[in-house]
Ligand binder design. Sequence first.
Ligand code: NAD
Length: 484
Amino acid sequence: MVSRVIPVDPFDLVVFGGTGDLARRKILPALFRRFCSGQMEDDSRIIGAARSEHSRDEFRQMVAEAIAEFNTSTTCEAGTVEAFLERIDYVNIDAKGEEGWEDLHNLMIPGRVRAFYFSVAPSLFGDLAERLHKHGMADADSRIVVEKPFGRDLDTAKDLNATLAQHFDESQIYRIDHYLGKETVQNLMAVRFGNMLFEPLWNSQYVDHIQITVAETVGVGGRGEYYDRSGAMRDMVQNHLMQLLCLIAMEPPAKFDPDAVRDEKLKVIRALDPVEPIDIVRGQYGAKDGKPDYPTDVENPRSTSESFVALRVNISNWRWAGTPFYLRTGKKLKARSSEIAVVFKETPHSIFGEEAGRHRNILTIRLQPNEGMDLDVTIKEPGPGGMRLVDVPLDMTFADALGPDGEDVPDAYERLIMDVIRGNQTLFMRGDEVEAAWAWTDPIIEGWETRGDRPVSYDPGSSGPDDALMLMHRDGRKWREIRS
Ligand code: NAD
């Protein structure tokens, strides 16, 4: 099954921070892949803009190196890189000064879609918005893409929303959460709302509980200082895990329209109960095999930030009352694996008797690696040994299902950037959603600070602290194994 590629209208995309890590690893390779696929018309342009001085040729060389290092596509024809580089330009610009802004303005082609990707430190988001406006680039054809983190609490998120709103309409602001661009995440909506099979069962009557796990094997890497100011709650739960929870829990929108979808997600966030301290476990990874512990990694011996968090979350509405959502995320865990598991209740009565054991259906949505879905169904164990039951997965791995040779599953950034160009905000967070998520997160973090809570230690390469296992054990449930 080869997917149809519909070219988008010619556009100008300005990548502020075009020489930075995110641009090199994700944004530029994603654009290259869309170019390879034929989705970008030949006269679309990508303009890098950053503080460092480079000629256009030097920047093109940087882009070529980024593609060589980070592009994973195997389907591009020879000569495509050269053709792509023809579309690349560079402007030396200072977000906080006046340098370069007129040059950028002069480069813009009137009347076509212009997207400005803010891939710079969040402290510069306001400066960029203001200067775009001042230099006549905040018109009806313009849109801005804002990276995470969007604030560090409710007050800072409100301030940032207010600053951006002075220069751009909400319909022009694309707050990016790359989890929402994953093929599987969109498939979650397709599965729920495109099939008769699941939606009737998608409630507390049939679903026992839901687990959302985002596990990483890496530590904080070079981001120690930034990470330590955030911790897992701010860095992962408030945005990525919250968005996944919303997509699982939301009511069916009347149509697949940006505001209809985002209205439903907002209702979920507003229905979240406050989380009691007993329902949260925080952890910090310890030292192992000569590798430093978390406080050493972040160069803050007294750090109280968490590199792991697990929570039990309740949603107080008709659909979900009584069905807990268990969320966990952490660094230096035993495998790199992100998944959502919808664990259904057992059948009310087993006609096969006690010896057949207890079985339940589990729908697993794998975000990484190996994007896809499994549905565990109970069948008879083959053979003449009587009526013994086993659970087997119905496996839908997207790379297998989507193409004869395992056609590449598009990267989240590819989808999201093309959505910006098409003007489709469905997969981007609205300002009120972000604020509602902070309003729920803030009291949790404030509680840790006022009580002086410290994270517990866990072994690198484990599934997190033992207390996190207890969080489910005490409810008579257990976490799924973290495995890649
Ligand atoms: P980086 O430090 O690698 O790059 C920053 C870029 O901003 C550079 O191109 C630099 O030249 C430019 N810059 C700095 N000051 C400037 C100024 N005054 N005017 C114009 N340009 C200026 O940062 P990064 O890791 O690429 O992150 C960029 C944004 O993306 C941040 O908001 C970050 O939180 C977010 N983000 C990054 C990652 C990641 O994996 N790197 C992941 C998610 C979100």
